[in-house]
Design a protein around this ligand. Structure first.
Ligand SMILES: Nc1ncnc2c1ncn2[C@@H]1O[C@H](COP(=O)(O)OP(=O)(O)OP(=O)(O)O)[C@@H](O)[C@H]1O
Length: 693
């Protein structure tokens, strides 16, 4: 509010100005009392400047506007006679604008000029509402702001009973008791909130002539206060979100200086507030360009930019967006993602996926590497076979990928959502195999108390059963399998009722079934049933075109298994592998690459020839001639000693035969089934072994 000096001459206008001075509506520097006996001018003593009409005194005051509020011709002429340089004369009023308000002078002057009646001008220019009531309780004056606040036109209010205009008015009361009420809160009929001061008008004879109210619309202020409270709440909320966010956040101002970071930012970059707040946006970058600066320059967001930040050179990906408020650039906000965290999450996800796949048929045709023509033929046959319900017979040496094909065929078939069950016919004791495959009736083995059990054929109903090592089935089990293939039904062990099943059979073998038929070890009728769709997978040595692609595939697979980052293999190393004949096929290749990766230094990321074992020494097997050391016999029974010796012999011969079980069994002169039994008995790990050669 401007600092106003009011010059009065004892007329009606002065009385209103006095009231204004009393009610704090204007900040009044003082009143020039030209006619000391003027009615209505009864101000506090120290506010009176008794100067007569010497206006120069005014200039010494710290005032913005001096307004002569009377039409008194004499005063007007006096002022004109002494007019200071900045004084502007307006008809009916004199306005003096000090240099402090020079900028507003023009506007004020033209405003003043448009008002002939200064009193009304002042009162109308006041932001506060004013309403005057006479002794008949009727409205005798309202200003413009009162119109705005009360929501009525001046003509609608003048000469109307005050209570019609403001139903809750207390002006009649103030008039009756003759006492003012200062700064009272009031809610108007139209919902507006006002703060009002009510004052009785008392004439020189000390008689009440009416009362008036000056009121300020505080609706906006109250709303503003509420808005500010809301804004404060939002600010607190946002701060809490940013502080607790797991995402690292950094904010800079429009000049690119650090404004704010959160704890996640410190965790990832290692930089604290003192390192970045108020510092240029480049402060946290250890490699790359500051994206904050780029965004401030272009006003466009950037996403997914790779950078290195902080003293630890952390690998991160950043997204930065400009903050534009009402079209003005206020700064930018960046969100930083820790790449190593993303990487570890991705590999965790991959592992989880792998585990899930382990529970089902793991592989699809996409997992089968086939570059050579030979492999592509096998692959094409398998894909065609997958779409038919026919029994598939996979043939090929151990480790060529027969199981891989079986998985892929199941996953490509319409049965993919049902079970895939793998049975290694050589690994299960013959006595158990039948009941495993076909199930048994209650009481079949040990009296009526024993519950019956479904066999694997029933388990895999609507799915597929993979019968690996089918050449190892006994003639008895072969007969039962033939029934499954012919009738589509099984009979549980100990039962008589056939159970219809719909299980697709995928069989695999590496033995020469034709030779087995001739030797009377395999049923010819079963052979023809199984051999409807034979797929031959050639040994690796006959399709060396697959070698490089297989090696790269295996490196990726083993990287995941071992948590390594091996990226390549040298040409020389590939060359040395091409010279090998791989009796254990792809499984052996996998073992060789795996071993090379284990022996590699953690700083190396390329497999070189030195990492590959010398194959010549591996192929020879004359070391069997070497004597095995006798076990330490101290405190051992003969049986313990024999067991220990047997175990050592098994391990040694397995090693000499590259863990190929058929070769080992043949070399030891025992059946493969017997070998499985002994491996179990001595707890020898079979996971890395080949079944046959
Ligand atoms: N073409 C191929 N592409 C990718 N991986 C392969 C391929 N062939 C074989 N492998 C991998 O080699 C290993 C041996 O394959 P698989 O177990 O399928 O052989 P197999 O012929 O069933 O062996 P066995 O007769 O001893 O049971 C597996 O880890 C398999 O994933």
């Amino acid at each position: 509010m401007n600092n106003v000096l009011i010059v009065g001459a004892g007329k009606g206008g002065s009385a209103i100005l006095k009231i204004l001075a009393d009610s704090d509506v204007l900040k009044v520097a003082g009143i020039v009392d030209i006619h000391p006996d003027a009615p209505g001018l009864k101000l506090a003593k120290d506010n009176h400047i008794k100067t007569g009409n010497d206006y120069r005194v005014w200039l010494q005051k710290d005032i913005d506007i001096i307004i002569e509020a009377t039409g008194n011709q004499k005063v007007y002429e006096d002022i004109l006679a002494q007019k200071p340089p900045e004084m502007v004369v307006v008809p009916g009023a004199v306005a003096y604008v000090t240099s402090k308000l020079v900028d507003e002078k023009e506007a004020l002057v033209s405003e003043l000029k448009s008002h002939t009646k200064t009193r009304d001008f002042i009162l109308d220019a006041i932001h506060d509402g004013m309403i005057v009531m006479d002794q008949h309780y009727q409205v005798s004056f309202v200003n413009k702001s009162a119109e705005r606040i009360l929501g009525f036109k001046r003509a609608e209010m003048l000469h109307k009973p005050i209570e019609e205009i403001i139903p809750s008015t207390r002006l009649p009361h103030v008039f009756k008791v003759g006492r003012k009420e200062v700064n009272q809160k009031l809610q108007l009929h139209n919902g507006k909130k006002v703060i009002t001061t009510r004052i009785p008008i008392i004439n020189s004879a000390n008689k009440a002539e009416g009362a008036f109210a000056v009121f300020k619309d505080i609706t906006e202020v109250v709303n503003l206060a509420e808005e500010i409270t809301d804004l404060k709440e939002i600010k607190t909320m946002l701060e809490a979100i940013i502080q607790s966010s797991e995402e690292a956040i950094t904010v800079v101002d429009e000049k690119g200086n650090g404004l704010m970071i959160n704890p996640a930012y410190t965790r990832i970059t290692g930089l604290t507030e003192k390192d970045v707040i108020g510092k240029p946006a480049t402060a946290d970058i250890s490699e790359g360009e500051s994206m904050h600066l780029k965004v401030l320059k272009t006003r466009r967001p950037v996403r997914g930019v790779h950078l290195k930040v902080g003293p630890a050179n952390k690998d991160v990906i950043v997204n930065v967006a400009p903050m534009i408020v009402d079209g003005k650039l206020k700064g930018s906000v960046g969100v930083i993602h820790d790449v190593s965290e993303i990487q570890s999450l991705t590999s965790e996800l991959k592992r989880a996926r792998q585990i899930i796949r382990n529970l089902e048929a793991k592989y699809t045709f996409d997992d089968i590497i086939a570059e050579s023509t030979e492999m592509n033929i096998a692959l094409e046959q398998a894909k065609v076979g997958a779409k038919t319900p026919a029994t598939v017979l996979l043939r090929g040496e151990s480790g060529t990928g027969k199981e891989l094909f079986a998985h892929a065929i199941h996953n490509e078939s319409t049965r993919r959502h049902n079970k895939f069950i793998r049975v290694n016919c050589a690994a299960i004791a013959e006595s158990l195999l039948e009941s495993e495959l076909f199930g048994y009736e209650a009481g079949a083995f040990s009296g009526a108390k024993q519950n019956g059990k479904r066999g694997l054929f029933e388990e895999a109903h609507n799915g597929s059963i993979f019968l690996d090592e089918i050449g190892e089935l006994s003639l008895n089990t072969q007969a039962k399998l033939l029934r499954v293939l012919q009738e589509g039904e099984i009979v549980r062990v100990g039962g008589t009722n056939p159970v219809t099943i719909d299980t697709r059979i995928i069989a695999a073998t590496n033995v020469n079934l034709e030779k087995a038929i001739m030797q009377g070890e395999f049923r010819e009728d079963l052979y023809y049933r199984l051999n409807r769709l034979p797929i031959y997978i050639p040994p690796l040595r006959e399709r060396l075109d697959d070698l490089p692609a297989l090696i790269h595939h295996l490196i990726q697979k083993l990287n995941q298994d071992y948590g390594r980052q091996v990226k390549a293999i040298s040409q020389e190393a590939i060359q040395s592998l091409t010279n090998y004949h791989f009796p254990g096929n792809v499984r052996e290749l996998e073992n060789i690459i795996g071993r090379a990766m284990i022996y590699m230094n953690h700083t190396e990321d390329e497999i070189i020839a030195e990492h590959i074992p010398k194959f010549t020494s591996q192929i020879k097997s004359e070391s069997t001639e070497e004597k095995l050391p006798a076990p330490n016999l101290k405190n051992m029974t003969l049986q313990d000693a024999l067991n220990e010796y047997e175990k050592q012999v098994l391990i040694r011969v397995l090693e000499e035969n590259q863990y190929n079980k058929t070769k080992t069994a043949r070399r030891l002169g025992i059946s493969i089934r017997n070998l499985y039994y002994k491996l179990d008995k001595h707890n020898i790990d079979k996971s890395n072994m080949q079944n046959h050669s």
